[in-house]
Design a protein around this ligand. Structure first.
Ligand SMILES: O=C(NCCc1nnc(-c2ccc3[nH]cnc3c2)[nH]1)c1cc(-c2ccc(F)cc2)cc(O)c1O
Ligand SMILES: [Mg+2]
Length: 214
């Protein structure tokens, strides 16, 4: 049967990356996406902005919404301090299966908890199911029309604390207009836009970084 793009991406990781070396996994995926097939990873340009935010926040507890194949999961986890954890949510079981193998190849399985399912179902359960208190960093990279409802849900579930950082991908392309409108006008957030490009293209895109003020 015909392979899927995530499966071909996994094969590129197995063939070109060194097991246990997260940077080589990131490099192999970026090479695959530039030379073979475009895919919706955050990519190398926006990935550097992500890296700088992660190292600045130095989070103990991270939530990622939208694992896809685990590219940004690996980028984030490879920078976490010891004992820090990332919970990542993926909706599509086929993508989750590929992400698990890419995460394993990078040797980061201990730091990453991948959950399959919908953010709307899982966000209200994170405290009771995983003993989460609050998140230091949330990376929003899932369905663009879920950014706003899920941010409100995280507020309601007490998953954000004064100083929690939200970092949102694709605020220009595909775009998250309702989320931007809310987060930039809410007195409860201080936001900053990082202009960049849609992964592996010259199309404008960017990341919105917002601090929850409590
Ligand atoms: O759709 C995207 N990403 C979403 C994947 C996902 N992976 N998991 C989920 C999930 C996870 C829990 C959920 N709970 C409820 N919905 C959920 C959806 N969503 C996306 C699309 C593009 C893109 C740009 C230009 C184009 F021409 C075509 C495409 C670029 C990007 O950087 C993206 O991130
Ligand atoms: Mg994205």
């Amino acid at each position: 049967t015909q392979s899927t793009r995530p499966q071909r991406m996994l094969a590129a990781v197995h063939n070109n990356a060194t097991r246990g070396d997260p940077r080589s996994v990131v490099k192999a995926i970026d090479q695959f996406c530039r030379q073979k097939e475009w895919a919706m990873n955050i990519g190398d340009e926006k990935g550097c902005i992500l890296d700088s935010v992660v190292s600045e926040v130095n989070p103990a507890m991270v939530l990622e919404l939208g694992t896809y194949c685990g590219y940004s999961t690996v980028r984030i986890a490879s920078q976490l301090p010891p004992h820090a954890k990332i919970i990542t949510l993926e909706f599509n079981p086929q993508n989750a299966a590929v992400a698990r193998q890419i995460i394993a190849w990078a040797g980061l399985g201990e730091k990453i908890k991948l959950i399959e399912g919908s953010s709307g179902d899982w966000i209200p359960k994170l405290k009771e199911q995983f003993g989460v208190d609050t998140f230091d960093l949330v990376f929003l990279d899932h369905w663009k029309d879920r950014y706003l409802p899920d941010t409100k849900l995280m507020e309601e579930c007490g998953l954000l604390r004064k100083g929690s950082i939200l970092l949102a991908d694709n605020v220009i392309c595909p775009g998250t207009p309702e989320y931007l409108e809310y987060i930039r006008n809410s007195p409860r957030y201080k936001s900053q836009y990082f202009k960049s490009h849609l992964e592996y293209t010259r199309v404008e895109d960017g990341l919105e970084k917002s601090i929850f003020l409590g």
